[in-house]
Design a protein around this ligand. Structure first.
Ligand code: IMP
Ligand code: MG
Length: 182
């Protein structure tokens, strides 16, 4: 697995240091409110569990399972919700957690779906935000790191469902992206 990584962008100590800062900010912003966190599976698993354990506030947690990639590195633009219905977030202060903001299709679709339940507020928190022109207008209220438009894996992020268990975030070697059906 290690040899598939072109370079490490953020090692475990760098991630954890940044999570401390993000958690402090979120805890201060929501100090007098009850947060409802909606995490988008599967890529947020590590991020969600490490971030939320640093937020000492009462909160509710729900997860949404969403697919848009179909195993490729280019998004199809079509966002598929793997469960019917909308989480019950009416009147609540919602914080959507996602691993990475790329084209914006996923977060725009999730946000739109949650808005139909009439929450009191919605904010978006991502670990990574790619510096690029997005297909959909969506901004993160909180983000861990801004990165170039490379394909990255690790700490929850996958390529063809692999590499999620790497403890760091790294750029995948380009030639691996080009191999069909591994
Ligand atoms: P978007 O809908 O294009 O913003 O993409 C969001 C989803 O695509 C993320 O939640 C990831 O699952 C996936 N994704 C986008 N860029 C990367 C990447 O560089 N590595 C791994 N997954 C990515
Ligand atoms: Mg993915």
């Amino acid at each position: 697995m290690q040899s598939d990584i072109e370079r490490v962008l953020f090692d475990a100590p760098a991630i954890h240091k940044r999570l401390n800062e993000m958690a402090t900010q979120i805890s201060a912003d929501y100090a007098d409110r009850e947060l409802t966190v909606i995490a988008i599976l599967t890529g947020t698993l590590m991020f969600m569990s490490d971030l939320l354990r640093r937020i000492p506030l009462p909160l509710k947690l729900d997860c949404l399972s969403v697919a848009s990639y179909h195993g490729k590195t280019q998004t199809s633009g079509e966002v598929i919700f793997k469960q019917p219905g909308v989480p019950d977030v009416g009147g609540r202060d919602v914080l959507i957690l996602d691993d990475i903001l790329d084209t914006g299709h996923t977060l725009a679709a999730v946000r739109k779906k949650l808005e139909t339940a009439k929450p009191r507020s919605i904010r978006v928190c991502v670990l990574l935000s790619k510096r690029k022109q997005r297909a959909r207008e969506v901004d993160a209220d909180y983000f861990g790191f801004e990165i170039d438009d490379d394909f990255i894996v690790g700490y929850g992020l996958d390529f063809m469902e692999r590499y999620r268990n790497l403890p760091y975030i790294g750029v995948l070697r380009k030639e691996l992206l080009e191999q069909p059906n591994q």
